[in-house]
Write a protein that binds this ligand. Sequence first.
Ligand SMILES: Cc1cc2nc3c(=O)[nH]c(=O)nc-3n(C[C@H](O)[C@H](O)[C@H](O)COP(=O)(O)OP(=O)(O)OC[C@H]3O[C@@H](n4cnc5c(N)ncnc54)[C@H](O)[C@@H]3O)c2cc1C
Length: 443
Amino acid sequence: MTASTSTSAASSTNRDEAVPDADIVVIGAGVVGVACALELSRRGRKVLVIDRESPGMGASFGNAGHMATEQVFPVADASLLWRIPGMLMDSTGPLRLDWRYLPKAAPWFMRLMWNMRAEPARRATAGLRTLNEASLAAWQSLLNDIGQARLLKTDGSLLVHEKPDTAEELEGVAKRMQAQGVPVERFPRDKVLATAPELTEAIQGALFFPDTAHVTNPYRLVEALARAAEQHGARFVQGDVKTGRVRDDGVHLETSTGSVTASRVLVACGAHSAPLVAALSGLRVPLDTERGYHLMLPREPHRLPMAVTSLERRFIMTPMEKGLRLAGTVEFAGLKRAPNMERAWQLERLAQGMFRRPLDSKGATPWMGFRPSLPDSLPVIDQVGPGKRLWLAFGHHHLGLTQAAVTARLVGSFLNEGSTANSSKPTARALPSLEPYRLLRFA
Ligand SMILES: Cc1cc2nc3c(=O)[nH]c(=O)nc-3n(C[C@H](O)[C@H](O)[C@H](O)COP(=O)(O)OP(=O)(O)OC[C@H]3O[C@@H](n4cnc5c(N)ncnc54)[C@H](O)[C@@H]3O)c2cc1C
C-alpha cells in the first residue's frame, strides 16, 4: 500500500516545538480516520496520520461492506431483551458474552439498558437516521471525486426470511423502518428468487432496501482514500500513540517512535480510542467493543447480486471482488482475548442452508475485528479541550463504514471558523447538527 510508508513517527518529528509537524495529526487509519484525513487535506491542511499498523487493518478491514443506511435503530432494543439470556448461552450463536469479561463490561451493559428507555431510544434513532440519510450521498460524492466510484455498488440489499412464522416479524421490521422514512419494498418469494436465483427455495419473502449499497472490498476502499489523501499532501506514518497533552498553544504527542507536535489532533482509533481520550482530555468515555467475525469464501464471488441478510440466522452475506463474505455475530470479550474462530466457521454452516447448491468453502479465511461501541449506539464526533484542539471521531459500532464519509464532512466543518456545522442555513453541503454526537452527553 502506498500510503503505508516505513517512516516512523519519530523520523517525521520536528524537534523545534515552534514549528509543528502538522496542522492536524489524525490518530488511527481506519475508514473513519482516513476519510477525515482526506477531507482535511483536500481543504488545504497539512495532515499527518499515525497508526500502529498500515491503513485499513483494524475493523475497517473485515466489515461486511454493507452501506447499512436502513439500520436506524440503536443496538439496545427493549423488544430483544427476553431473547438475550438464551442467545448468550450459545457459544457459537449470534450473540455471546464471555462470562470472564462480565465484571469489566457490567457498567457498559447498565448504560445500554438505561438507553433502552423510550426517550433515549428515540434520540438514538433520530441521531442514527440523520447520519444514515446523509451517508450514501456523501460516499458517492467522495468516491466520484477520487475516481473510485466502482468500489461502491448501489444495488440495494435484501433482508430475507425462511420460516412462515417469521413473516409477522419481518412485517414489523418493515413498518418500523417505514415509520422512520427508510425506503422499503416488500418482495414476495418469486421476486426474491428472480433477484437472487441461487438462494434456497425455502425463502418465503424479503424486504428490499433500495437506498443501501455495498463496497466490493472494504480494505481497498481505505487504501484508495489513503492514496487520495497522500495526493493532497497527507503523510502516513506507523507508530503507536501512547499519550500526549493538549494545551492552548498546540498538541504534543508521545508515540512509540518519538514525539510529534501539531496544532490539533483527531482521535479516530475505533474501539481503542478511550485510553487516548482519557490521556488527552481527562474525560472517560464508556467505549467497549462488540467483536464481530467474518468468513471469506474466495471461490464464491458471484453467488449473490447484492448483500443478503437472514432474519432468522442473523448474519449477512456480501458479494465482494475476492469472494463471498459471510459476516456478523456479536461477542463481548474485550480487546485482549484471543478470537474464537469457531464463530467465523459457524457462519459457513449458517450460509450453506441459504443456497440451493452447496457453497464451495475451499480456501475460506476467518477473521475477527473490534466494533467500537458506545452504549447509546451513536458515535462521538466533537471538538473539545483547550482551544477546541482535541477532535474526536469514533464509536461508530456496526455502522462505521456506512457513516465514515459523512463523519469526515462533519470533521471537515470544524475548520470553518464560526462553524457552519450547526447552522440552520441550508447550503449545497448541508450538514447534520453535531449535538447528538457530542462527547459531553456522557459527562
Ligand atoms: C464483522 C463486522 C462487520 C461489520 N460490518 C459493517 C457493515 O457492513 N457496515 C458498516 O457500516 N460497518 C460495519 N462494521 C463496523 C465497521 O467496520 C466499524 O465501525 C469501522 O470499521 C470503524 O472504523 P474506525 O476507523 O473507527 O476503526 P478501525 O478500522 O478499527 O481503525 C482504528 C485504527 O486505529 C489504530 N489505533 C488504535 N489505537 C492506536 C494508537 N494508540 N496509536 C496509533 N494507532 C492506533 C488501529 O491500529 C486501527 O487501524 C462491521 C464490523 C465488524 C467487526
